[in-house]
Design a protein around this ligand. Structure first.
Ligand SMILES: NC(=O)c1ccc[n+]([C@@H]2O[C@H](COP(=O)([O-])OP(=O)(O)OC[C@H]3O[C@@H](n4cnc5c(N)ncnc54)[C@H](O)[C@@H]3O)[C@@H](O)[C@H]2O)c1
Length: 283
């Protein structure tokens, strides 16, 4: 049976079929074609089933965000499905899952590449959203490093000395650097490639969001997360749904004057750190 007989449906593209991304497309994907890409066939199948049986129209494609050609093919296929009105990138690896090199390659360089590629496919008036992290606020970078992270052409990013020497000392530092770079690359894209298309792009920086994959990490990782939660104003973790509510706003016309910015959604963890209530080891 054809569940949606309308033609020319707008396309919502999701790169990374994780928990937060799925929550976001559920809020904005009604009546549209949701096109999901992920490296894991299993994740794709599970998410597609969850969405289809919920009444959404879904197409999937296996994509490796680390492979530029693969992302280019994904974007091209998206544009063949209809007008690409929304692009959401949640493909990432956390410090407990990956080496520093993998985090720099995926969370930083591949994300920068996806921002570049989708600038060519996003529709006029479309909107993009990159999922960064509260960790992007956990280190102070020099203005010179920030400038390099923001403005270096994507194919030259891997040559930045800071990334080759300082950012890869451990997965935590690599992650913090990558997530800060997400803010900076989006700011630049909003003013240049995406702006020229009259499309907006922003980041969201989630705090501790419990998802099925992150559950064990948060539950078993000593006292760090517990202390962070205890010293935060919210005194609790967040949910994918709370991120999706804000994402819906940032992707919709309700936020038509907002571009190139980051929305920190962390229950006040960074406020706690900056006010000295919580002492972060790496500061
Ligand atoms: N969960 C949290 O507390 C939290 C907090 C802040 C930021 N984040 C960030 O949010 C984003 C999404 O997080 P999530 O919790 O929904 O994670 P998730 O693990 O549920 O989703 C990430 C998805 O990316 C996919 N992926 C990994 N490598 C890929 C590749 N090379 N190509 C294509 N897809 C790939 C995975 O298969 C997975 O489906 C990540 O960037 C993460 O760093 C998460």
């Amino acid at each position: 049976m054809n569940f949606n007989l309308n033609e020319n449906k707008d396309v919502v593209v999701l790169l990374g079929a994780g928990s937060m991304g799925t929550a976001i497309v559920k809020r904005i994907g009604v009546g549209k074609t949701i096109f999901i890409g992920d490296i894991s066939k299993k994740n794709l199948e599970e998410r597609a089933k969850e969405l289809r049986t919920g009444g959404y129209i879904v197409e999937t494609q296996k994509v490796d965000a680390l492979d530029r050609n693969s992302v280019e093919e994904f974007a091209k296929k998206a544009s063949e499905l209809g007008k690409v009105k929304y692009f959401i990138d949640t493909a990432g690896a956390s410090p407990s899952q990956a080496s520093p090199e993998h985090i720099i390659n995926l969370d930083l360089i591949a994300t920068a590449e996806a921002i570049d590629i989708f600038a060519n496919y996003i529709a006029e008036g479309g909107a993009g959203l990159i999922i960064s992290s509260q960790t992007g606020y956990m280190m102070n970078f020099t203005p010179e490093v920030e400038k390099e992270l923001a403005l270096t052409p994507t194919d030259k990013l891997k040559d930045i000395e800071f990334l080759k020497n300082d950012a890869i000392v451990n997965s935590g530092t690599a992650y913090i650097t990558a997530k800060r770079a997400n803010h900076l690359r989006v700011r630049t894209a909003a003013a240049t490639t995406w702006g020229q298309k009259h499309a907006r792009i922003n980041t969201i920086s989630p705090g501790i969001i419990v998802t099925p994959l992150a559950y064990d990490e948060f539950n078993s990782a000593g006292n760090t997360y517990q202390d962070m939660i205890a010293s935060s104003p919210a005194r609790r973790v967040g949910t994918s749904e709370e991120i999706a509510r804000a994402a819906e706003f940032l992707l919709s016309d309700e936020s038509s004057f907002i571009t190139g910015t980051d929305l920190l959604i962390d229950g006040g963890v960074i406020a706690s750190i900056n006010s000295g209530r919580y002492k972060l080891g790496i500061r």
